[in-house]
Write a protein that binds this ligand. Sequence first.
Ligand code: OAD
Length: 233
Amino acid sequence: MPKTHPIVILTGAGISAESGLETFRSADGLWANHRIEDVCTPEALARDPALVHHFYNQRRAALASVAPNAAHQALARLEQAWPGELLIVTQNVDDLHERAGSRRIIHMHGALNSALCAACGERQPWQGDLPPGAPCAACAAPMLRPDIVFFGEIPYHMDRIEATLARAGLFVSIGTSGAVYPAAGFVRMAGALGIPTLEINLEPSAGSGWFDECRHGPAGALVPAWVDALLAG
Ligand code: OAD
């Protein structure tokens, strides 16, 4: 493939599963044990901030005991070795891509290690528990919230994602069920532009039929193999 066009890689919870983080839609995943309406909407935050903060405090705490796996590491290796541009667009709110060494990452659904001021919109790095009512470092309003894109909110950096996708040479989707838009629509956008598309996922996703090629199995094995072949080619 031409090295003058970017590789755009969309990742989802499946890439972090082998690190020990729960996915959302597996039989025992996060959305089997928590209602989205209770913990992941602006209305839930207004109604019961303690519950929403507790849910994300648990997710943030879980990061301390996990490490990047072979799939994260392979993508970081690809970014280092690939002579062209590479962009990871992740739906994940963990920091495992960064910890593996990837640098060009967009967190389209936000990040656990960041807090967002609901009053002024400023962000600040955050580690440990975020209690409801914590004051913003910029404006002092006691309105810091998890920097997470809730259902009903607009994902971050869509302009940059779509602009890069529009000139991509390859679109790869790794470890995502294809259940949540707009990310689930990237494959069709790429396809409409004639950009080759590849899915790497444990099982067929909701959008498998839209991909030119699908490889099904664990990301920890399939992603390093794909990276090795791309770099050898
Ligand atoms: P899902 O839980 O919906 O899907 C995870 C996908 O990863 C499934 O298709 C699994 O089969 C696959 N998978 C599991 N283990 C894997 C492995 N070892 N290797 C490869 N694939 C594996 O998670 P997402 O698609 O990321 O949004 O969910 C999208 C969004 O829905 C999330 O960002 C989150 C959620 O609601 C917000 O919270 C805003």
